[in-house]
Design a protein around this ligand. Sequence first.
Ligand code: 4AD
Ligand code: MG
Length: 478
Amino acid sequence: MGPLQIKEILQTAPENQSVVVKGWVRTKRESKNAIFVALNDGSTIHNIQAVAEPGQFAAELLLTVTTGSCLKVTGELVESQGSGQAVEVKIADIEVYGTADPEQYPLQPKKHSLEFLREIAHLRPRTNTFSAILRIRHALAFAVHQYFNDKGFFYLHTPVITASDAEGAGEMFRVTTLDLNNLPRTEEGAINYKEDFFGREANLTVSGQLEGELGAMALSKIYTFGPTFRAENSNTTRHLAEFWMIEPEMAFFELEDNMDLAEDFVKSVISYALTNCKDDLNFLQNRLTEEEKNKPQNERSLPLLEKLSFVVDNPFERLTYTEAIEILLKSKPQKEGKFQFPVGWGIDLSSEHERYLVEKHFKKPVILTNYPREIKSFYMKLDEDGKTVRAMDVLFPGIGEIIGGSQREENYEKLLGRVKEIGIDPENLWWYLDTRKFGTAPHSGFGLGFERLVQFVTGMGNIRDVIPFPRYPKSAEF
Ligand code: 4AD
Ligand code: MG
């Protein structure tokens, strides 16, 4: 089925057998005695070297073999004379599938900035950095499915188009087929959504959780893994307008079980990457070390692989929001007035506070629980004190919040009260409320931002660089 991939060829014992290599030229180098072409097909970070003799091919043909061109090379697989690779191909024949005019092709064999590469997102998967990230992203996605499958969860496909706002945050993208230049109006002059495609207002989902809960109330353990959309105008290195979220939801799980699962789950998928993405992680680790070369020793971060192993090998710190606030109030930056935002019970922690807890105080991942009800979503289970809810956020070094979740309010009256309190019309959520009327059960779940996980594992500073085609304010080009 198809040609051998370069990854496979590089692992083949050289016995002067004939091989066919198909891939894109990374570099071409000519010396007095030979012409070297480095080919890559994305199956691995490593190139295969193909060698021709000077004069073996017409000059016109060789002129079209340039960085970015695509070739089919046939030749003998031989032991490599040079260092750096075990095998190479002695070229017998070259077919140029596609040329790449060096005057126009933007990816030259030199270091390009990540900002520049974002402008050519259609070509950046051909760089070492991005192909490594994309392979790791794939491996992590695979590990997610494998983890839940092994643990008896069912993959539930929740809708992308919804009529509800799961988080009550109101930052949604509208879905409509109405003619924006000629909107149908009601008698009162409002837009008449009855004439819209779904006969009501519809949006892109911000979370699959509410439908996920419906699944958990039948299948016990489900997870979703799909795109989610948030129209928040945040231009940060940790926010996308379109991102992928993994949301497990479990019947009969209390907050403690939820934390245990979240911790085991992230450790397990990171560990999968450590075992299965060694070459790519090594490449990214070297890239980061190179980047930090000019920083003073004490400001450099742990080498990537050490950082990942540390997270896998050590228990996360668990504490309540109230305890976290006490730590922050006694902290040095607080006493020296270094925090930009004020600290006090009831505040929504900002990223500087989260980072202090994770990076300075505990120096490891932290799970914060029992947040004030006012700053969390309506569906979270109320604690006995009536002030806090059974929420949990997992905070990671360099990332901040990577997971948000909670035990859910399973009591019908209490949930209805919360729905009304925050101003959602219960009519819109009748189906969600029904689960609390018919066979309600204690249950819990959480959401992991997939790109934030990929960011952590690859060590990339900007979330826009860990998804193939990022969506953010004023950007939807590719
Ligand atoms: O904390 P959030 O908003 O929680 C929920 O959506 C719940 N319904 C999850 C659940 O309990 N089933 O989002 C969950 C995670 C965050 O911790 C973060 O990692 C990620 O999703 N996230 C984003 N990632 C990239 N860009 C954004 N704009 C994100 N917003 C949230
Ligand atoms: Mg959150």
